[in-house]
Design a protein around this ligand. Structure first.
Ligand SMILES: CC(C)(COP(=O)(O)OP(=O)(O)OC[C@H]1O[C@@H](n2cnc3c(N)ncnc32)[C@H](O)[C@@H]1OP(=O)(O)O)[C@@H](O)C(=O)NCCC(=O)NCCS
Length: 156
């Protein structure tokens, strides 16, 4: 399948909203309209480090897949690291290499930014995504924890 990868364009807003909504639904969650506005505006204006790229069949065609990413500092090297987030491809066009192309594009952009690493997280049971990740990535072996703010802190 032919594919064109570009940064998001202002006219992609509605289609991006559909695809990100579907991504969130896949993870059984949703976000407010305010968050959609904020995230879109930050990517389009490039006011911070959050970026987004989309993939389409033709230059002027609708988005078929999206990915968000950002770079951040790390204590381990003066170089930046690239975190890839929210990869989603329209179910009608899966298995055609679009997600692979999106990941490779982010990795290439990270390389151009002289990033030390490009990494991402997924749920252990996301077997479909992990078929692809096992082909393009290397499993780190790290496990993520989030601090549990609902528990009382027991500092000495
Ligand atoms: C995971 C996801 C992004 C993959 O998108 P995709 O465009 O279908 O993936 P690709 O076609 O680029 O897959 C690349 C490789 O993985 C293989 N692959 C992908 N899905 C597969 C499946 N269901 N069964 C077997 N192989 C599969 C492809 O054959 C391809 O291998 P090849 O390049 O060696 O031929 C898509 O399924 C999706 O959006 N899922 C829901 C959201 C999600 O899980 N996002 C990731 C969250 S971390």
């Amino acid at each position: 399948m032919d594919a064109v990868v570009t940064e998001f364009r202002v006219e992609d807003r509605d289609r991006w909203t559909e695809l990100w909504t579907a991504y969130l639904k896949f993870y059984k969650t949703s976000l407010s309209a305010e968050i959609f506005d904020s995230t879109w505006n930050r990517m389009i204006s490039k006011s911070g480090t959050l970026r987004g790229v989309g993939i389409r069949e033709t230059e002027s065609g609708p988005l078929l897949g999206i990915v968000h990413y950002l770079v951040h500092e790390t204590a381990w090297t003066p170089k930046q690291m690239c975190y890839l987030q929210d990869l989603f491809v329209d179910p009608a066009v899966r298995g055609k290499g679009l997600a692979r192309t999106l990941i490779e594009t982010v990795a290439k952009n990270a390389k151009e930014l002289d990033c030390y690493r490009c990494y991402w997280l997924t749920q252990e049971e996301n077997t479909q995504a992990r078929i692809l990740y096992d082909k393009v990535g290397r499993l780190s072996g790290f496990v993520r924890y989030d601090f549990d703010y609902s528990r009382p802190v027991q500092s000495p």
